[in-house]
Design a protein around this ligand. Sequence first.
Ligand code: FAD
Length: 408
Amino acid sequence: VSHGCYDVVVIGAGPAGAVASSLLADLGYRVLVLEKEHFPRFSIGESLLPQSMAFLEQAGMLQAVVEAGFQHKNGAAFTRADDYDCFDFREKFSDGWGTTFQVQRDRFDKVLADCASAHGVEICYGQTVVAVTTMADAVQIDVVSEDGSAYQVGAAFILDGSGFGRVLPRLLQLEKASTLAPRVSLFTHIKDNITDAGFDRNKILITVHPEHPAVWYWLIPFSNGRASVGVVLPRELHAGSECTECELLQQFIAEGGMLQRVLENAEFDTPVGIIDGYSCDVESLYGERFALLGNAGEFLDPVFSSGVTIALKSASLAAEVVHQQLQGLEPDWQKEYAVPLMQGVDTFRAFVEGWYDGRLQDVIFADGKSEQIKEMISSILAGYAWDTGNPYVRDPRRLTTLAELCRK
Ligand code: FAD
């Protein structure tokens, strides 16, 4: 590391950090990314949304992602007991991409980080940010290297893309409890051995537990015969179990109806991971010479695969506002960053709430939905949560009326 002074230091080389740093390097700034791990490294969050393609394109990273050979994705399928319905993201209300990818995040994140390096970003791996001091004219960052040495870096601005590391929320006491109930997720990668000809690898499969509507599973097929599988459950259900994480995951899958049949020959060859209480929030997404990106800000819930899309949207918005600030234009971070970002986050929030209180599940599994309404819902599931032309984005409370109609 050249311990000099940078225009921007970014904590973390995940999707948010890679895209924000790359956009800023494209604008001519001197950008350093400090990343604790070495890539490739595991991350959960493998199902992308078509909306994310626009941000990858904007950052000049789409070609590299396409060439990496990930599993094509064109929609999401839902099943509950004997019900099944799917949304094809190409049939949607909003303009824009209708397809995307299901990605192994170790490879995907490395593709993005390598693109950022190629755009001139200096990325230093094995470097953990441990303290940050914001001053009137600069930010001072304390770093511990994996060899144990400690040093400081200076910057005009710092972006926190540390994901669940939540570096600035912890260091600057910005943490705020999420209003969403605490839930636990168990997940692993499997050799799926899916032979069912009716199974569509181009869509993720979301399964609702036939008896517990608050318990749901994802199955995200990859392009190499493997898949990510996971279950989300209320904390009480996890706390009350005496099984190992692997037994519990397999026990839930055995109760999953169609999911159980699809995975009957699957090989569970990888340890099961767990994240307990993933939802988080912050008091503010920005402050004196800093802003929070992606998961370092608010994280809602995995059910709509919105995490990476929100991370990339935040990177795209923040890069522009940092640019204005470094030009001395004194941008209004609330108006130009927090409000536009939260507009889409709030759409997803309304849909997450609708999922867990049953409204959205009833809409998804209802027979005879109008094509027009299905396309509006499909748009949001495809990530177009910022398209205020969509009535369900403009006023997500419409979901309540729609659910009532569907229940009749
Ligand atoms: P991350 O990808 O987490 O990157 C943060 C980086 O910062 C890491 O590389 C980390 O090593 C580094 N770091 C941390 N602390 C420090 C430090 N002190 N110093 C230096 N570096 C540091 N999203 C989807 O889009 N689709 C899904 O299907 C999906 N499924 C999910 C399932 C579950 C159970 C959960 C919990 C989340 C899921 N998500 C999903 C969300 C997704 O994982 C995140 O939203 C996404 O990874 C956020 O990207 P990011 O760039 O903000 O952070």
